[in-house]
Design a protein around this ligand. Structure first.
Ligand code: HEC
Length: 272
């Protein structure tokens, strides 16, 4: 591990460059956008529209097989959406691997609805012009776990393996800046301008961060999911693009979820 001082100045340096080019940063110059937003909108969260769209997607027959996702088993039996998000990621016997919510949704689109993987993934993230079905479905399913305690106890050995791999990736330094997730997320009280960087090795911080995902991002006008968050942080790390539903993505999310175990779920949340 690098020393505290070195890593903090390394973060400051890179983020100075990062800030100059980032839209998110540019928008924060007038103050705290999250606070400003709340002042105008109160507790209204536009994610509610995604929740509604997600529910419709869940119950509408689609794909070559013309069936809905209501036979999709997210861990508590076919069609059950209540409480499932608070127990993900988990091992799925029928797939023989650990899956997070979006990976499982992709699996159901492929196996139940007969949608080709490439087609399903085309709009995995919304881009302003076109919304993502994953983002809406994730918002809907997360909403059905609101107020429940996150419980990812790693009882299955594949879950423990995913956690261990996720932990390894979290601390793995590489790329042009020699960054790991830990470079930005393993110290408390670090901020980049107005953004608090959660210390994801600390239970309280991890709970606070994890419990609000998926989240409506004010700066992007879209609901974003944990798969998106992982991909975007790895992009900031200048790592190769993270594959949606890949073993590495599920491992990272399993690591974070277990770190956050016991959190009261409040997703979809509202983030800057
Ligand atoms: C260069 C610094 C940097 C690195 C490296 C980095 N992140 Fe981040 N991370 C950020 C910033 C900045 C934010 C806040 C982004 C925002 O609000 O736009 C963030 C946000 C997050 C969040 C959401 C926190 C919340 O409160 O909602 C999670 C979870 C996260 N990162 C995980 C990771 C993981 C896992 C890795 C490694 C794969 C990683 N990060 C690598 C800078 C980094």
């Amino acid at each position: 591990m690098i020393g505290k001082r070195t890593s903090k100045s390394a973060i400051a340096l890179v983020l100075a460059g990062f800030a100059a080019s980032s839209v998110v940063m540019a928008q924060s110059s007038g103050g705290d956008p999250l606070a400003e937003y709340r002042e105008m909108m109160g507790d209204d969260n536009p994610a509610e529209f995604s929740v509604m769209r997600g529910e419709e997607l869940w119950t509408t027959a689609r794909g070559p097989n013309n069936v809905s996702l209501e036979k999709c088993d997210l861990g508590s039996g076919p069609g059950v959406t209540e409480g499932v998000y608070a127990n993900l990621p988990r091992y799925f016997k029928d797939a023989g691997r650990v899956m997070d919510l979006e990976t499982r949704l992709l699996h159901c689109m492929e196996t139940l609805q007969g949608i080709a993987r490439a087609d399903a993934l085309e709009q995995r993230f919304g881009d302003g012009a076109k919304q993502s079905d994953f983002e809406a479905l994730a918002a809907f399913i997360a909403e059905d776990s609101r107020g429940l305690k996150l419980s990812v106890p790693l009882r299955h050995k594949a879950e423990r393996k995913a956690y261990a791999l996720g932990e390894q990736i979290f601390f793995y330094r590489a790329g042009p800046h020699d960054f790991a997730c830990a470079t930005c997320h393993a110290q408390s009280g670090v901020r980049i301008r107005l953004q608090d960087l959660p210390n994801l090795t600390d239970a309280a911080d991890a709970q606070k961060a994890y419990s609000g995902w998926p989240a409506y991002r004010i700066s992007q006008g879209e609901v974003r999911t944990m798969q998106w968050r992982m991909r975007d942080c790895l992009r900031q790390q200048r790592f190769p693009e993270l594959g949606f539903g890949s073993e590495a993505s599920v491992a990272l999310i399993t690591y974070l979820a277990h770190q956050a175990d016991g959190a009261t779920m409040e997703a979809p949340g509202l983030k800057r």
